[in-house]
Design a protein around this ligand. Structure first.
Ligand code: ADP
Ligand code: MG
Length: 254
């Protein structure tokens, strides 16, 4: 399996405190890879660096054979790599439909009002985007709330919308940062089913999740980070049996 995302020697510190101190791994195309590690291990920071939110202090990130180190988020998204956030961001007064339309492909950096009143750029493209937005809403079972304001969605629906937003850019790979956090068990199961479905449809996924039952159920391989580094990688059973991983979760008591 060829590597789609490669991270080599990535470092990053904040105000002199190291958050990433040499992260190395590859993610194979077509995998649903889990990224786990104790709180503060640097998982979210790594996603921020890979997706272009923060430049790294050192190291390299490449995607689909292209060096994307330090590129701004919209350039990274254009290449087909998109991330979701723990909390859906954006414009609460917009409807679900408008929110999805904002994140259609080929409008990097476009401003809100330009996007909403885009008369000049052609009705056909507008219609294609609308089709895509409806398709994604159906797929995520958000079609019955498509005209509702984002503010009026339940917490779980907001999580689904965040995945929908990522899908609007037609990604080749999605980085998901705790998409089930704070969601009830039924919806957690639904989100898990959506992720498995996206994976089957050919999208490469990297999932940060603290619920080990979900990681075991969904992910292969699993990458473990601790203290700003990659600790190990393997199947869930392999990493769970690794004493270094157990120690990292116990806060290295000896
Ligand atoms: P994880 O997602 O694995 O729990 P994080 O990536 O959130 O870990 O955090 C790793 C370390 O980096 C933590 O010590 C955290 O406080 C620090 N950190 C992350 N982002 C910032 C930031 N924007 N400013 C300062 N420190 C940060
Ligand atoms: Mg985090």
């Amino acid at each position: 399996m060829s590597a789609l995302l490669t991270v080599r020697g990535v470092t990053r510190s904040f105000y002199g405190v190291s958050a990433l101190s040499g992260v190395d791994f590859e993610i194979g195309e077509g995998t649903l890879t889990g990224l786990i590690g104790p709180n503060g291990a640097g998982k979210s920071t790594l996603f921020n660096v890979v997706s272009g939110l923060f430049p790294p202090d050192g190291g390299r990130v490449s995607f689909a054979g292209e060096d994307i180190t330090g590129r701004p988020p919209k350039r990274v998204v254009e290449r087909g790599l998109v991330r979701t956030f723990q909390l859906a961001r954006g414009f609460p007064k917009l409807s679900v439909f408008q929110h999805l339309m904002l994140y259609g492909p080929h409008q990097p950096g476009e401003h809100l009002w330009a996007a909403l009143s885009r008369a000049a750029t052609g009705r056909k493209r507008e219609e294609e985007l609308a089709e895509r937005a409806f398709g994604i809403a159906r797929r995520l079972k958000l079609d019955h709330v498509i005209d509702n304001a984002v503010t009026h969605l339940s917490g779980g629906q907001k999580k689904l919308l965040e995945i929908g937003r990522a899908l609007m850019s037609e990604p080749r790979m999605i980085l998901l940062d705790e998409p089930m956090a704070g969601v009830n068990p039924t919806l957690t199961g639904e989100i898990a089913a959506h992720l498995a479905d996206l994976h089957r449809s050919g999208i490469t996924i990297c999932l940060i999740e603290h619920d080990m039952a979900l990681i075991r159920q969904l992910c292969d391989p699993v990458i473990v980070m601790a203290e700003g580094r990659t600790l190990t990688e393997g199947t869930f059973a392999e990493v769970a049996a690794d004493t270094r991983v157990q120690e990292a979760y116990l806060g290295r008591r000896h």
